[in-house]
Design a protein around this ligand. Structure first.
Ligand SMILES: [Zn+2]
Length: 297
């Protein structure tokens, strides 16, 4: 597979990547492009086996709506959008079970979204009265220049061709429109923890971006990056929690999916100083990138 960012075919194998959420026998390989530094799965699962890796037990499914990210998680993007724009037309790509669109609607935005999981589309209609387009953005047939803001949060790692997704987002944005992204950052924690870092959710994640590779991708798609914000989260603590939960479930043979979406309050408190230090030095595992459509001549 050629690199999705630079088209190169010169890669170095990093580590064998196994499914941490639903442990099984299957192994994948994480590689790094020697030309641009992008990290991705190669070979990657077929589209069928990639789709099958989600299912009802996945944490961001309709059945697990109570496990959705808390509203605070979205504040850096809310703040950015509202600093730049009067509430206008907003499209969220890959809405999942997130509370973001209902929040933005309350704040005066005209909201729309896309979601590939049909049960989440139904959940959203019932729960929030918001009709999402069921499917990929590229198939939604949206008119060029029809949105003032686009958000892509926790989604870019999952799509097979992130560059063409961003190019489509660029096309549907009006002149001067903005894009807000949240994704995991291949931080120092990622390098220290290797295959155990929870920010790379293979095989659902096909890519793992760093600040540099994400900025390059955005620039290639027609955007100019304006702000990057790192949230103080400590993945050393999360990964330790994950390893303990995995061990416990292995010993009890329960076969439950092992995943650690939240830390216990005490551990969160104890791990905060390291999280803050990482965020301040631009090295935490949670990255928010805010960019603007470049004006074309
Ligand atoms: Zn590359």
């Amino acid at each position: 597979m050629a690199c999705a960012l630079c088209g190169g075919r010169d890669e170095r194998r990093l580590f064998p990547a196994r499914d941490k959420m639903f442990p099984g026998r299957e192994r994948f390989s994480a590689v790094r492009c020697r030309r641009c530094g992008l990290v991705y799965l190669n070979p990657r699962p077929s589209p069928q086996s990639h789709a099958a890796a989600y299912g009802r037990r996945y944490f961001f499914s309709a059945e697990n709506a109570d496990q959705a990210q808390p509203v605070e998680h979205y504040w850096p993007v809310v703040r950015f959008l509202e600093e730049q724009e009067e509430p206008g037309r907003l499209l969220d790509i890959g809405t999942g079970n997130s509370p973001f669109l209902p929040l933005m609607r309350e704040r005066g935005w005209q909201v729309a979204g896309t979601e590939v999981d049909a049960s989440l589309v139904q959940y959203f209609r019932q729960q929030h009265g918001i009709g999402l387009h069921c499917g990929e953005l590229q198939d939604a047939g949206l008119e060029g220049g029809s949105f003032d803001a686009v958000t892509i949060m926790g989604v870019l790692e999952h799509v097979s061709d992130p560059l063409s997704l961003l190019e489509e987002a660029d096309r549907i944005l009006a002149r001067g429109g903005v894009i807000g992204l949240w994704c995991f950052n291949r931080s120092i924690e990622a390098r220290l923890l290797g295959r155990f870092w929870l920010g790379f959710d293979a095989p659902r994640h096909l890519y793992s971006f760093s600040r540099r590779t994400l900025e390059q991708l955005l620039e290639r798609a027609g955007f100019a990056v304006e702000q990057v914000y790192f949230r103080p989260v400590n993945y050393l603590a999360y990964s330790g929690m994950w390893a303990a939960a995995r061990m416990r479930d292995r010993l009890s043979g329960s076969g439950r999916p092992v995943y650690v979406p939240r830390l216990p309050a005490l551990l969160e408190k104890l791990s905060l100083p390291l999280g803050v230090a990482l965020a301040r030095s631009g090295a935490s595992s949670n990255m928010y990138v805010l960019a603007r459509k470049r004006n074309q001549q």
